[in-house]
Design a protein. Structure first.
Lengths: 285, 276
């Protein structure tokens, strides 16, 4: 039996299509069962959320809402969903604007130079991964009060530090695969430093930069504990509204409207990035 | 020269990290030792630690149990998800898409959704009948809390493991298949060893995160016994002035356990072959 070795670059898809991984009947059934189970696992919590969103009245034993409608949207608006959305967006964008460039600079230093005390410095940048946010917020709450810093400033500062491990790591990996030769060549052809940065360096890193910025946005957008403790409850963001709705009883419809509000912006960013990547790849191939 | 430039590059990130990490922890430590009182002169004492000491064993054990159970389920489900994604075809693409859904969910919103699903007037209770619905939310086994964490974190584990496997495992897996290795042998000798470092790192991140996280256990848990962060936040926001140092003492204990777990995991990961 002649076996043709696949070229190293041949994609996994190809191997699947030509039957290298063809499964026996039992394995196929088992796999479909697993696919079904994992689909249910990931989608189950979304179902009641979607049903409650459109429920006008859904009293207990009913499996489906008795009356459909969007009255809960009005309720959520009355709770101040729109200004809270604006504040959340402000916090998330500010965290992104601070943590992405700082992560970029740190990643470049770790990748190409050896700063003094590199071990200590990277331990410092990655420490927030192992540091419970509420513990840092307890201490900083006192410091910020004594320094008379505005709450928004403190919240963004703490969350940016919590986003830094993600942005630094993402960009550090990207620099690992980065080809410095392009930069040298552009310099040799007479491009200025600024032109090299804007036409070579940043475009090459664009996918990783987008991923890092998304993660930083997510850290700022999803936070509850730091906003609550450092802000002292003065800065009401969407998660704070979700928490107060979830802690009460009997407003499940409004809770689901607020929850969907809290999921939508990062979801839109994620889908946008996926479509953008697909289009870029489509143009190339 | 290169060194000075490198130091300048890392400076912004490390300065704010230093301020938040070291400054925050030192302030919490001083607060717990009575050195940063709201009123009156600072006095060094350990009364905050002595006050919380009787409740500490149960709180630490509970937090540890919730974090361990959530991590275990997240790692198993995340690994299964990654394997299905690696298989490609329709099922793999479906799972890849579906598991991405939980990434943009804030933990709090994931917890709220779990409450609507598992609560005693929740969606599942409506489907399966009302009389004998077990106490999943606020029950003695903390099932809704563990479900909410493992639901969200299994997608995270899957994302990390798939990222590593897609770049590194494909060639090995195809070679093993060509040499006649069956499904189970490829799993045991190729896919599991190649995913171990990614599984270890993501499990550590998940464990430490869940151990120090507040909102899910607060929303879906029961009032007593309390996990460490829930007890700490209750004391922090309570009206009496003496409770602030006690809350800070709990924060210090939580931090020590979390950092200890992360350190142990780092030591264990060094022993895993294939660790870059």
């Amino acid at each position: 039996m002649a076996v043709i070795l696949p070229a190293p670059a041949e994609s996994r898809k190809e191997a699947t299509r030509n039957g290298l991984f063809a499964s026996r009947r039992l394995g196929r059934w088992g796999r479909w069962l697993l696919v079904l189970a994992m689909t249910v696992w990931f989608l189950a919590p979304l179902l009641p959320l979607a049903l409650w969103f459109f429920a006008e009245r859904w009293s207990f034993p009913g499996i489906l809402p008795q009356e459909w409608g969007t009255g809960a949207v009005q309720e959520a608006l009355a709770q101040g969903a729109v200004p809270a959305f604006g504040r959340s967006l402000g916090v998330a964008l500010a965290v992104m604007a601070v943590a992405t460039p700082m992560g970029l600079l740190a990643a470049r230093a770790f990748a190409f130079h050896r700063p003094h005390g590199a071990g200590f410095l990277s331990a410092l940048v990655f420490a927030p991964l192992a540091l419970p946010p509420f513990a840092a917020a307890f201490g900083l709450n006192v410091l910020f009060l004594r320094l008379h810093l505005p709450p928004m400033f403190g919240i963004v500062l703490v969350l940016a530090v919590y986003a830094l491990p993600y942005t630094t790591f993402t960009l550090r990996v990207a620099y690992g695969a980065y080809e410095c030769g392009f930069e040298d060549e552009a310099r040799m052809l007479g491009a200025s430093r600024w032109r090299v940065l804007s036409r070579v360096h940043l475009p090459l890193l664009a996918p990783a930069l987008m991923r890092a910025a998304f993660l930083a946005f997510l850290v700022g957008w999803s936070d509850y504990v730091v906003t609550l403790l450092v802000g002292g409850g003065t800065l009401v963001t969407v998660p704070l509204l979700v928490a107060s709705a979830a802690a009460g009883t009997g407003n499940d419809a409004m809770l689901s409207v607020l929850s969907v509000t809290a999921v939508l912006p990062p979801l839109v960013l994620l889908l946008g990035a996926a479509i953008h990547t697909r289009r870029r790849l489509g143009v190339r191939s | 020269m290169g060194n000075r430039k490198a130091t300048l590059l890392v400076l912004p990130a490390t300065v704010i990290s230093f301020f938040v990490v070291v400054g925050g922890l030192l302030a919490a430590l001083m607060q717990s030792l009575g050195l940063l009182p709201f009123a009156g002169p600072p006095t060094l004492n350990s009364s905050a630690y002595l006050t919380v000491a009787p409740d500490l064993p149960s709180a630490v054990a509970l937090s540890f149990g919730i974090a361990a159970a959530s991590t275990l389920i997240a790692v198993i489900f995340g690994f299964v998800t990654a394997m299905l994604v690696m298989r490609g075809r329709f099922g793999g693409r479906l799972i890849a898409m579906v598991s991405t859904w939980s990434i943009p969910f804030p933990h709090l919103v994931g917890a709220a959704s779990m409450g609507l699903l598992l609560g005693d007037a929740g969606f599942l209770a409506r489907i399966f009948g009302t009389d004998s619905w077990p106490e999943l939310v606020g029950g003695p086994a903390w099932i809704a809390v563990i479900a909410a964490y493992s639901w969200k974190e299994s997608a995270f584990v899957a994302l990390v493991v798939t990222g590593v496997l897609l770049t590194r495992a494909t060639a090995y897996d195809e070679t093993a298949a060509l040499l006649g290795a069956g499904r189970l042998r490829r799993l045991r000798h190729v896919l599991v060893p190649l995913s171990l470092p990614a599984l270890g790192v993501s499990a550590t991140i998940v464990f430490v995160y869940v151990f120090g996280s507040y909102e899910v256990a607060w929303l879906l848990g029961r009032p007593y016994p309390e996990p460490l962060p829930v007890m700490a936040l209750r004391l922090f926001s309570s009206a009496s002035l003496s409770s602030r140092p006690e809350a800070a003492a709990l924060a210090v204990v939580t931090t020590i356990v979390a950092l200890g777990a992360a350190g142990l995991a780092a030591l264990a990961l060094r022993r895993v072959p294939l660790w870059q």
